[in-house]
Design a protein around this ligand. Structure first.
Ligand code: SUG
Length: 460
């Protein structure tokens, strides 16, 4: 069953399939969960099954669900660029001897958080009526910067028809254009097939003009720059009347809000956010409201105060890293991490939001994605939203759309190939190279993607 009419424009959530090397290396900057779980033994099989169970539950509830494949890890081709030579196993051994931190970085399964994979503009809003993608450069950390080329290749293979889908190059991978993708971008509109206003949230200026006015974060770096957000909007052909660029509050970043989707989520005309999210809340709301009004939409802000949920509790439970989805009856359901249900203040706030008449949120559902949560990735991090018309859904690769049969195949594939424990020292195990390559070779066949990985094209 589907919650949308077959000919309707709808949002498809593309969740990242958790890769076989999911681990707790504590690599992520400004991400408190990642830092505090550093060194723990992970369970990649459980992580992948938890993610797949969420996808299946949403599919069963009538929401269109897609899946994005993980990149090969360890990323052996990166070792070539760093001067290591020999067979793949020899390169891995040499990297371990030279610097185990390199092995940890090239083994990260962080691509599972596909909210950071790309920024996507629906065709409805683009002047050329094509759907636009920009893979994020993720330049603020080495373990994530290496995702961009594989992400771009996967998106190009899935959305191949150039008359409908436009793929832009990732922005220059330098601090001035630091881009972390859709985690800092929200489209607000009356409906999926109504004109949208794009809220781009950034943490700092990328280029120094000598006139910085806002206090930035002091403890952690801001990962998204204004210049990056503006460049993505330009690539996609979005005009000034379609965009709002708003600065994150430095205080939120310092409290562990490394992406705006840790503190705000939007869907349709609804923006659910914590009062500490933005540097200039009132000005942001006024601009958003005006631009939405001009495009026939009425903003519905749902504000959570510090009294109701402290900033620390919002970060610890990932209340805002939730998926806000439109049900078939037009009401919304909010998909939250299981941690929210167990937290009395957060659960009470969810009850209040659901009961309030002033917003269309009518229900919340909690899912267990703990393996991902412990690295700082909740339900919203795990998915890339793509608004697709019926014709675009028909034109894309069908193999990555979840259905009962594909779910069963993926679950069996995970059971066949994934380990149930992975310690940091295991990342240098040369068997992981062949294990993951064999698994991903099968996966690309299963999803009908062809050869999208470098190792499938050349021996390396
Ligand atoms: O970039 N964690 C990710 C979590 C990303 C969450 N995404 C969104 N909020 N949209 C990050 O901080 C930890 C990986 C490690 O240690 O291997 C990590 O990269």
């Amino acid at each position: 069953m589907t919650g949308f009419a077959a000919n309707a424009t709808c949002e498809v959530n593309f969740d990242g399939l958790v890769g076989p090397t999911h681990n707790y290396s504590g690599l992520a900057h400004g991400n408190i969960a990642s830092a505090s779980h550093r060194g723990l033994v992970s369970n990649p099989r459980e992580a992948a099954l938890q993610g797949l169970a969420k996808m299946k539950a949403l599919h069963d509830a009538g929401f269109a669900q897609g899946v994005l494949p993980p990149p090969p890890r360890p990323a052996i081709e990166m070792l070539d660029r760093l001067g290591f030579t020999g067979t793949p196993a020899a390169k891995l051994a040499a990297a371990r001897a030279a610097d185990p931190a390199i092995v940890r970085a090239i083994s990260s399964a962080a691509a599972m958080w596909t909210a950071n994979a790309a920024t996507v503009t629906p065709s409805f809003d683009a002047p050329d009526r094509r759907l636009h993608f920009t893979a994020a450069n993720l330049q603020s950390s080495f373990h994530r910067a290496i995702e961009a080329p594989t992400t771009a290749a996967a998106l190009a293979a899935i959305f191949a028809d150039e008359s409908r889908f436009a793929h832009h190059p990732a922005l220059p991978a330098t601090p001035a254009f630091s881009d972390e993708g859709a985690a800092n971008h929200t489209r607000l509109a009356a409906a999926y097939d109504a004109p949208g206003v794009h809220l781009f949230v950034y943490g700092r200026d990328g280029l120094d003009r000598g006139n910085a006015t806002q206090p930035g974060p002091k403890r952690f770096i801001a990962r998204q720059t204004l210049e990056a957000s503006q460049a993505v909007a330009r690539q996609h052909g979005l005009g000034g009347e379609q965009c709002v660029f708003a600065r994150q509050s430095g205080r939120a970043i310092d409290a562990g809000v490394f992406h705006n989707d840790v503190i705000a989520v939007g869907n349709g005309p609804v923006l659910l956010y914590h009062e500490t999210a933005f540097a200039e809340e009132d000005a942001m709301l006024a601009e958003l409201r005006d631009k939405m009004n001009a495009r026939g939409a009425t903003l519905c802000p749902v504000r959570v105060t510090r009294q109701a949920v402290s900033l620390a509790d919002a970060v610890a439970t990932y209340l805002f890293n939730s998926q806000l989805l439109t049900r078939a009856d037009g009401k919304m359901v909010v998909i939250v991490p299981a941690e929210c249900e167990r937290h009395p203040a957060v659960a009470a706030e969810l009850d209040r939001i659901v009961a309030a008449e002033a917003n269309p949120i009518a229900e919340y559902r909690a899912y267990d994605v703990k393996q991902s949560m412990d690295n700082g990735g909740g339900p919203a991090c795990l998915r890339l939203r793509v608004v697709l018309s019926a014709a675009e859904r028909d034109a894309m690769n069908q193999g990555v759309l979840l259905n009962d049969a594909r779910h069963a195949e993926l679950a069996a594939w995970i059971e066949r190939h994934y380990r149930d424990r992975l310690a940091i020292d295991d990342l240098a195990d040369p068997h992981l190279i062949d294990e993951t390559r064999t698994a991903l070779d099968e996966l690309t066949a299963l999803l009908g993607l062809g050869s999208i990985y470098a190792f499938q094209q050349v021996a390396n």
